[in-house]
Design a protein around this ligand. Structure first.
Ligand code: FE2
Ligand code: FE2
Length: 312
């Protein structure tokens, strides 16, 4: 199949490992899947901080379960990426720790307080849901298949985050004020979650032509805005003045994208932000700490039939 055939056939779940696909398609799908899988790992790493900060045992258990889900999502997505035959899971994990792997902007910012739990677990996971729901119709079948399970679990994550937000915003005045403060920091980052504007997005057109993406970054951003702005207001959060929000002819709201800090976004995209070094370094140290487990597994596997365990 050449790339024109791919474009002509592109549709939901159209291509699978039994198709002979051109390298251009396989590389583009790998790039998307690797970015997504890396983001699940780095999101999970950020999330685990909330287990320590959570104010009750129930909250700690829910935070731990969510964190485990995210690492599970990463594993599914690395496997779905491997089926494209471009990179192995080990190569992708190595690239993530050596600073070459890319991941979502929101996971480059460290978290310092429990007030940030609903920012990640409600709003950022809510943003992830907006995007992931559309990926159930991506053209790479193993990716769409993984989204069935991932979206099911993300639904729980969003409910968990919403419940924390409800609790904070119906408690003391001080808690409400602290939640509003962190919301103001996170709001522009959440809007940038969907990536650069369509004009600036280098891979957008191709990904849409071959059916990997079905909805553009700007459409997803505005769909998130229209769904989550009323939810934020329902819990008493005030939407910051910047970026400006305006009403479109069809009555829906949209963001003035020029008001967002794109210099910071592009620094993050290069893994060059202060927080990027911190998050990637932390991931690398943790991967090194469990290297002995990988080594002993490899030793055991290479011992093969001669090992006493295999003989048993
Ligand atoms: Fe996830
Ligand atoms: Fe999640």
């Amino acid at each position: 199949m050449d790339i024109d055939d791919v474009k002509a056939r592109a549709g939901p779940r159209e291509f699978s490992p039994s198709d002979d696909l051109p390298l251009e398609y396989r590389e583009a799908a790998t790039r998307m899947l690797e970015f997504h899988a890396n983001s699940e790992v780095m999101g999970g790493y950020l999330d685990k901080e909330f287990t320590r900060m959570a104010p009750s045992l129930d909250r700690k258990l829910a935070c731990t379960a969510k964190c485990q889900d995210e690492i599970g999502h990463a594993q599914l997505l690395y496997r779905a990426a491997e089926t494209l035959g471009v990179k192995t899971r080990e190569e992708m994990l190595a690239d993530l720790t050596n600073g070459d792997g890319k991941f979502l902007n929101c996971f480059h910012y460290p978290v310092d307080s429990w007030y940030e739990a609903p920012m990640i677990d409600f709003f950022v996971d809510g943003a992830a849901m907006r995007r992931q729901a559309t990926l159930k119709d991506t053209s790479w079948e193993p990716y769409a298949h993984a989204m069935d399970k991932v979206c099911f679990e993300e639904g729980f994550h969003v409910k968990h985050g919403e419940d924390i937000l409800r609790e904070l915003m119906t408690s003391s005045k001080a808690n409400q004020e602290r939640t509003q403060e962190v919301f103001e920091d996170w709001w522009p980052r959440m809007l940038q979650f969907f990536g650069p504007t369509n004009d600036e997005s280098t891979h957008n057109d191709f990904a849409q032509q071959v059916g990997l993406k079905t909805v553009s970054n700007d459409e997803l951003r505005n769909s998130f805005l229209n769904m989550y702005m009323p939810k934020a207001e329902k819990y008493g959060l005030e939407i910051p003045e910047s970026p400006r929000i305006f009403e479109r002819d069809d009555g829906t709201m949209a963001v003035r994208e020029d008001d967002l800090d794109w210099d910071e976004f592009w620094t993050i995209a290069k893994n060059d932000f202060e927080g990027s070094h911190e998050q990637i370094g932390s991931r690398r140290r943790r991967q090194e700490a469990v290297e002995w487990v990988r080594e002993s597994m490899t030793d055991w596997e290479t011992a093969g039939a001669d090992s006493p365990q295999a003989a048993d």
